[in-house]
Ligand binder design. Structure first.
Ligand SMILES: [Zn+2]
Length: 276
């Protein structure tokens, strides 16, 4: 963690929520969860941030993982559908952290120095991360474990979902608790997705991860560097998973896979079937 005073961030965020006109919460969907699962979607937003101007990225490289202003279309909606489907399957809600602001103003998946260029955008960024911090800290306290799933879109392979964990760095806490089968093989998240027809690359027994899609700041910080002791996985969905007519079906399958994985490794259970 480099120079980012998280305890201070939380304090600032709390005071800003009481502020007037430029209310950052309008630009974020933040939902407290009961499950040890966070659904995060930093790049799907399309809204302007009042008082902010588009980032210029001076001194930053324009490449995947560098300075990017294109949004990941459909991921805000897909994340919401997956959260709802997970709630049905597990009888409790995941945490939801979705950025509704356009990436041209602020990028939650970058370290602070590269994420925003004015105070209005910084406030939204700090809210996003204060909430993720609260989610990870709370999951760890309540459940002793947790999983952040960071939803993205990629434009290079329409039928593929690229999995990014820093080649295992951000899922190390799962391996420590459960051994390698938590991240390789049929019961891993990639394995559960593959079994249901989602073409995850790399597959559960394959390495390494695709260059450019190995996980960004969110998976690195919450899954490894920040010391939260939870796991984090980035999923970069190709266009055919994000198009409007496909989203509901994709969300159902992805929620099935996450639920199966969470029952095996996160202590989640299916709700009792009600019979009166
Ligand atoms: Zn993205």
């Amino acid at each position: 963690m480099r120079g980012w005073p998280w305890s201070v961030v939380v304090a600032v965020a709390v005071s800003v929520t009481r502020g007037p006109a430029q209310e950052p919460l309008d630009l974020l969907r933040l939902e407290h969860g009961e499950l040890p699962i966070v659904i995060s979607a930093p790049h799907g937003g399309s809204r302007d941030i009042p008082g902010s101007t588009a980032r210029r990225g001076a001194g930053l490289e324009r490449r995947p993982g560098g300075f990017v202003v294109a949004r990941d279309g459909g991921t805000e909606e897909l994340a919401g559908l997956v959260a709802a489907a997970l709630t049905e399957r597990l009888g409790a809600r995941p945490w939801v952290v979705v950025n509704r602001a356009h990436r041209r103003f602020m990028d939650p998946n970058r370290r602070p120095e590269e994420a925003y260029e004015d105070a209005a955008a910084e406030r939204v960024y700090r809210h996003y991360h204060a909430f993720l911090t609260e989610a990870c800290t709370t999951m760890r306290q309540r459940h002793g474990a947790g999983l952040v799933i960071d939803f993205h879109g990629q434009g290079s392979e329409a039928g593929t979902v690229f999995r990014g964990t820093g080649n295992g760095l951000s899922t190390a806490s799962l391996v420590r608790r459960f051994g390698p089968r938590a991240v390789v093989g049929a019961e891993s998240l990639a394995g559960e997705l593959r079994q249901r027809g989602v073409l995850v690359h790399p597959g559960p027994l394959e390495r390494p991860e695709q260059a450019g899609f190995t996980g960004g700041f969110i998976t690195k910080h919450y899954g490894a560097a920040g010391g939260f002791d939870v796991a984090a996985v980035q999923l970069e969905f190709g266009a055919s998973y994000r198009k409007q007519e496909a989203r509901a079906g994709v969300a159902a399958v992805v929620a099935d896979a996450i639920a199966a994985h969470a029952i095996n490794f996160l202590g989640c259970r299916r709700p009792a079937v009600g019979g009166h």
